[in-house]
Design a protein around this ligand. Structure first.
Ligand code: GUN
Ligand code: FE
Length: 457
C-alpha cells in the first residue's frame, strides 16, 4: 500500500538518474530539481518558493536556487519533484553509532543507564565483524532519515572504528567521527590504558581525517570527564590541536553527573572548567547537552568558541533536565540538534526539531525563568545551518545557497500534510508541519553533493 501512495514521486525520482537526463544522451552541466523549496537563511528565518528550482552543477555544488522559472535554462536537465518539498540535508551533531541497537531501553537516569545497558552493549563491538555490520546498518538508516551530516561516537575499539569509517565512506554521507576514549570508572571490557587510548586515536586520525573527498573528519572523543583522567583529556586536546581535528564530549547533562565531576576534580571551578583546563574548549569542539550550566560556564564556552549539541529527545528520555534554549542561543553560542541515539529514541532530526520546540514550551509552562519558546523556524534553523556551524561547515552545507554542496532531502508532502497538496499552505505552515510531523516515512530521497545516498524506504 505504501508503494502505491508514494509511487508518483518515487517513480519520478527513479527516472531521474542524472546521467540519463540530457538531450541526446549527454550529461547536462546543470540539473534543476523542481519542487517546493524551504531554505533557512538565519535563526528563525527561511525562504519559501512554492514552485522552486534547485540547480546543481556537475561537481555537486549548487549553482542557483530560486523560483523554477528563474533558475531553469536551456540545456539544463530537470527532475520533476512537484508534490515534493526540498529542504537542506539535516545535521545530527551528536549520535552514538553503537547504541542504535539498544535504543529506547527505559528505566534509568544517565549513570545507571550507562552501567546497566550502554557499556554492556558497546562491549560487543570488540568483535569487528559485528561492529562492521552494525555500522553499515546505522549509516543506511541515517540517510533514510534525511540526515546528510553527522557527528558520531564509535566505541573504544580501534578496529570497530576503522570499519565504521569504511562504511561511513561507502555511505556517501558527511561524517565526523571518533573512537571513544576512557581510562577510568568504566568496566574492564571498555577501560583503556591512557597511552594506548591516545595512540589508537592518533592512528585513526592519521588514517581517516580528511578522507572520502573531505567528507570524513576525525573527532577526538574523550567520553566525559567521569570516565577520563586529566592526563587523557589533555592528551586528546594536544592531538586535536596537532592535527586541526575536532573534539566531542558530554557536558552538564545530569545533576548526579555534575556532582560526581565536582568530587573527581576538586580543583576545577566547574564541570566546564575541567574541560577548559584540559584544553578541550576549542572552536572545533562539540559539547553535548549543556543543560546544567552556570553563567561562568557559558562564558567559558563562548570564549572557547565551542558549539552545543542540543538533544531534547534524549533529555526527556533520561529525565536529564530542561535545556534553556533562549539562554544558550542568546549567549551567542553555536547550537545544533543531536539525536543522541541510544538515549534518544529515534535516529531522526525531525523528532529533535519537534522535541526542541516542545521542551521550550515545557520550560515556559513550568515557569522556569523567562525562557524563549522556540518557533518551528528556529528548530528548522538549528537542524540545518545551526548544526553546520557547530561542525565548522556552514560555508559548505546547511542551506541551499549557490556555492554550497547540494546536500538536500526530498520530502513527500503527503506524509507531512494529511491533506496532501489539496490545501494551499504558507511557508510558515509547511515548516510547522515538517517540524512536528516529519519523519523517515516522509523522506523520498536524500542527496549529498548532488548524488543520491538514499531513495527513502
Ligand atoms: N555521557 C557519557 N556517555 C554518554 C552516553 O553514551 N550517552 C549520553 N546520553 N550521555 C553520556
Ligand atoms: Fe551522548
Amino acid at each position: 500500500m505504501q508503494y502505491v501512495i508514494i509511487s508518483g514521486l518515487k517513480a519520478r525520482l527513479a527516472a531521474s538518474d542524472r546521467h540519463a537526463l540530457g538531450r541526446s544522451g549527454t550529461v547536462p552541466d546543470v540539473t534543476v530539481y523542481r519542487g517546493s523549496i524551504l531554505n533557512p537563511v538565519a535563526p528563525g528565518k527561511f525562504e519559501y518558493r512554492e514552485d522552486g528550482g534547485l540547480a546543481v552543477g556537475r561537481g555537486g555544488r549548487i549553482v542557483r536556487c530560486g523560483s523554477f522559472g528563474s533558475v531553469h535554462s536551456r540545456g539544463s536537465g530537470t527532475v520533476d519533484l512537484r508534490g515534493g518539498i526540498i529542504i537542506p540535508g539535516l545535521v545530527d551533531t551528536h549520535v552514538h553509532l553503537p547504541q542504535y541497537g539498544m535504543v529506547a531501553m527505559d528505566g534509568y537516569e544517565l549513570i545507571d543507564w550507562l552501567n546497566n545497558y550502554t557499556f554492556k552493549f558497546e562491549s560487543t563491538f570488540e568483535n569487528p565483524r559485528v561492529a562492521g555490520a552494525r555500522a553499515r546498518h546505522f549509516f543506511t538508516a541515517l540517510a533514510e532519515n534525511g540526515t546528510t551530516a553527522a557527528c558520531v561516537y564509535s566505541t573504544v575499539h580501534e578496529e570497530a572504528t576503522r570499519r565504521a569509517f569504511g562504511w561511513a565512506e561507502r555511505s556517501g554521507l558527511r561524517v565526523w567521527m571518533g573512537k571513544v576514549m576512557m581510562d577510568r570508572n568504566s568496566p574492564d571490557s571498555l577501560r583503556e590504558g591512557t597511552a594506548e587510548s591516545l595512540a589508537a586515536s592518533e592512528r585513526l586520525c592519521r588514517e581517516w581525517d580528511g578522507t572520502g573527498g573531505g567528507r570524513l573528519r576525525y573527532v577526538f572523543t574523550p567520553r566525559f570527564a567521569p570516565t577520563c583522567s586529566m592526563e587523557l583529556m589533555k592528551g586528546a586536546g594536544r592531538l586535536a590541536k596537532k592535527y586541526g581535528a575536532f573534539i566531542q564530549t558530554h557536558l552538564g547533562e545530569n545533576l548526579g553527573e555534575v556532582a560526581w565531576v565536582r568530587e573527581l576534580f576538586p580543583n576545577a571551578a566547574s564541570y566546564t572548567d575541567v574541560y577548559r583546563q584540559a584544553g578541550l574548549l576549542t572552536e572545533r569542539t562539540v559539547m553535548a547537552h549543556c543543560i546544567h550550566m552556570g553563567d561562568g560556564e557559558i562564558r567559558m564556552m563562548k570564549a572557547g568558541r565551542s558549539g552545543v549539541a542540543h538533544c531534547p529527545n534524549s533529555n526527556f528520555f533520561l529525565r536529564s533536565g530542561i535545556f534553556d534554549a533562549g539562554r544558550i542561543i542568546g549567549a551567542g553560542l553555536k547550537v545544533g540538534l543531536g539525536s543522541d541515539v541510544g538515549a534518544g529514541t529515534v535516529l531522526s532530526i525531525f523528532r529533535e526539531m519537534a522535541d526542541a520546540c516542545m521542551m521550550s514550551k515545557v520550560r515556559s509552562m513550568a515557569g522556569r525563568g523567562p525562557g524563549r519558546v522556540l518557533a518551528p523556524a528556529d528548530a528548522f534553523y538549528l537542524a540545518t545551518l545551526g548544526g553546520a556551524a557547530v561542525l565548522g561547515a556552514e560555508r559548505d552545507i546547511g542551506s541551499l545557497a549557490p556555492g554550497k554542496f547540494a546536500d538536500f532531502v526530498v520530502l513527500d508532502r503527503r506524509y507531512v500534510d494529511p491533506m496532501g497538496t489539496e490545501m494551499p499552505r504558507s511557508g510558515e505552515e509547511l515548516v510547522s508541519q515538517i517540524v512536528y510531523r516529519g519523519s523517515r516515512r516522509a523522506v523520498a530521497a536524500t542527496y549529498v553533493a548532488g548524488e543520491p545516498v538514499s531513495r527513502g524506504r
